[in-house]
Design a protein around this ligand. Structure first.
Ligand SMILES: Nc1ncnc2c1ncn2[C@@H]1O[C@H](COP(=O)(O)OP(=O)(O)OP(=O)(O)O)[C@@H](O)[C@H]1O
Length: 239
């Protein structure tokens, strides 16, 4: 990693999140400290209910912590207003979820171009579509595409704004093995070629091999963080 690539993008300290009140309080996150460097590829692993989505949502400005602090560069997300968080998400974050949330009546290109209209320095829709390998399908509608192709459209839509961070919650959860690998390859390529910091939630421990670091969550806490001395290409992963 270059010096520039090592600058921190996220810095979380004592991050906690509880839902509910009184006897039904759920501590989704408890005292999480985490730094993520610019350009890093992070995989979040942990059992169901361990707090992965809660952490990702806080990093992405979709949710706010109950206590503790989270900084994105020099913005304090934990102290941001709703409109500041909306601007943060719009300018800096690309989201990819398990389900693709494409607009069925719009073509691939139109789905991606929707974003280019509302952000400041987007790449062209065609470049984003090319980066996910879907140029031949750009005039097709979502229903004419496979699940993996639809997920690649969702990735194109997430990266067209040139986000600083790409946050992916179970991006391969609805896909078969081969298709899931293709989607991971696309995410790894974006991380490498554009330098977009990537945080990927998965239930699949085999995916951990492609990360710079793997963060293991359990019961709302970071259990351990492993650094991969040798990062695997998604094509080398088996599960
Ligand atoms: N809006 C909410 N209201 C109440 N409890 C919530 C809410 N969101 C999450 N939780 C609880 O917080 C805990 C952590 O949830 P979270 O979704 O972060 O876990 P996760 O590791 O992403 O799980 P999964 O792998 O099943 O998606 C769980 O016990 C969950 O039930």
């Amino acid at each position: 990693m270059s010096t520039e690539a090592a600058a921190p993008v996220f810095r979380a300290r004592g991050l906690s999140k509880s839902y509910g009140t009184g006897e039904v309080v759920v501590n989704a996150l408890s005292g999480v400290d985490l730094d993520i460097a610019r350009g890093e590829f992070i995989v979040l692993l942990g059992p169901s209910g361990s707090g992965k989505s809660t952490l990702l949502n806080i990093l992405g400005g979709l949710d706010v912590p109950s206590s503790g602090q989270v900084m994105f560069a020099d913005h304090d997300l934990s102290a941001a207003s709703e409109s500041e968080l909306t601007r943060y998400r719009r300018e800096h974050v690309g989201f990819v979820f398990q389900f693709y949330n494409l607009i069925p009546s719009l073509t691939v290109r139109e789905n991606v171009a929707l974003v280019t209209d509302i952000v400041e320095h987007p790449m062209s829709a065609d470049e984003a579509i090319d980066r996910v390998g879907l140029t031949p399908r750009r005039d097709h509608f979502p229903a004419q595409l496979s699940g993996g192709e639809q997920q690649r459209v969702a990735i194109a839509r997430a990266i067209v704004k040139r986000p600083d961070v790409l946050l992916c919650d179970e991006p391969t959860g609805a896909l078969d093995y081969q298709t899931g690998k293709l989607v991971l390859e696309v995410i790894a390529r974006i991380n490498k070629e554009i330098g977009t910091t990537a945080v990927v939630i998965t239930h699949n421990a085999a995916i951990a091999g492609m990360a710079d670091r793997v963060v293991y969550l359990g019961d709302g806490k970071i259990l351990r963080i492993e650094t991969n001395a040798h990062k695997l290409d998604p094509s080398e992963l088996t599960w």
